[in-house]
Write a protein that binds this ligand. Structure first.
Ligand code: NAP
Length: 304
């Protein structure tokens, strides 16, 4: 299979690496070309612009930060018309061949529905494909792959999706997979926040953390993510992130918007969104998201 990979950030690079290791031919593009090096060293061809990558491929994977970035890159690739009024447009992607866009970034469900309309409007195909898991899972082909779109397209994409995740699932029409993804990422934010507050309180009380953890692990309240993040929180070390704080904030805001649109009362969660918003643009943005442990105890800077 010939695959265009648009976006080689943390997750995109790991997905590209996996596809190369599985013998796929990869044409990669990234806004900052220096982030292509890890993949070209493994055999990917580096493309100077997204349209070049798309022309060489049948499948187009996008792993970009957010909805607007994804839209602008798909416009530059010729897969959607730059002007919405020019729906029959789109630049020539080459040979009149239909491309399938596999959109893997976490974006708003409404943005995804608009992208689907625009991509199909130029005679191409669109599958929404957010994933749960991070770089380690991408590298080992064990991502949880959630799909949304037409069933025949999902079946067509399955051989490729099975290289990335063990049991890709079709969840419904476009929008459904992203709402599911946001539902899961809300839990990442909420569980990390809840654990952080409790950990700070326990440490302040002087009770040994291991005794607290023993009680927690033996209870129905335990979630594996607590132990996964415990060491980072104790050592106040959030370096080498697989999923940075800036993306957690983005996903929480996307969740809140989606939940409000469904008439849910999001009041209980808005405090966490405010906490993360106040840190925007600061040093936490590029650190592992568990750095929100610093936000829950502002008086304890440097003291995990
Ligand atoms: N990391 C994870 O564990 C994980 C897991 C599941 C889902 N996701 C989702 O996957 C997406 C990518 O995440 P990531 O962790 O790979 O993020 P990242 O390392 O920050 O990479 C972001 C990518 O988007 C590109 N980009 C951002 N703004 C752009 C613009 N205006 N025009 C063109 N390109 C632009 C970046 O290009 P430059 O390199 O040039 O800045 C880079 O390729 C996000 O939606 C994230 O929520 C991530």
């Amino acid at each position: 299979m010939s695959v265009a990979l648009l976006g080689t950030g943390l997750l995109g690079t790991a997905i590209g690496q996996r596809l190369l290791e599985q013998g796929q031919s990869l044409h990669a593009w990234n806004r900052h070309a220096d982030r292509l090096q890890a993949l070209t060293a493994l055999g990917a061809s580096a493309c100077a612009d997204p349209a070049t990558a798309v022309r060489a491929s049948d499948w187009v994977i996008t792993v970009l930060s957010d909805g607007p970035a994804t839209r602008s890159v798909l416009e530059r690739s010729g897969l959607i018309a730059a002007d919405a009024a020019d729906a029959a447009g789109g630049t020539d992607t080459g040979n009149g061949r239909r491309r399938v866009v596999l959109q893997m970034g976490t974006i708003a469900p409404g943005e995804s529905r608009e992208l689907a309309r625009a991509v199909t409007g130029t005679g191409n195909a669109y599958l929404e494909l957010p994933v749960l898991g991070s770089r380690p899972e991408a590298l080992t082909g064990t991502l949880q792959v959630m799909a949304a779109g037409p069933e025949p397209l999902f079946q067509e994409a399955l051989p490729l999706l099975r290289l990335l995740g063990t049991e890709p699932q079709l969840l419904g029409p476009v929008g459904a997979a992203l709402e599911t993804k946001l539902a899961l990422n809300q839990l990442i934010a909420s569980l990390t926040h809840a654990f952080s507050l409790s950990l700070h309180l326990v440490r302040g009380s002087g009770v040994e953390v291991e005794r607290f953890m023993g009680l927690l692990r033996a209870s129905a309240l335990y979630a594996p993510t607590f132990d996964k993040k415990l060491q980072r929180m104790l050592e106040n070390d959030y370096s080498q992130p697989n999923f940075p704080t800036a993306h957690l904030r983005k996903d929480l805001e996307l969740f809140l918007a989606a939940a409000r649109a469904r008439g849910l009362d999001t009041g209980g969660l808005e405090g966490l969104a405010r906490l993360l918003a106040a840190a925007a643009g600061g040093e936490l943005d590029d650190l592992d998201y568990s750095a929100l442990h610093r936000l829950t105890a502002p008086g304890e800077a440097g003291d995990g």
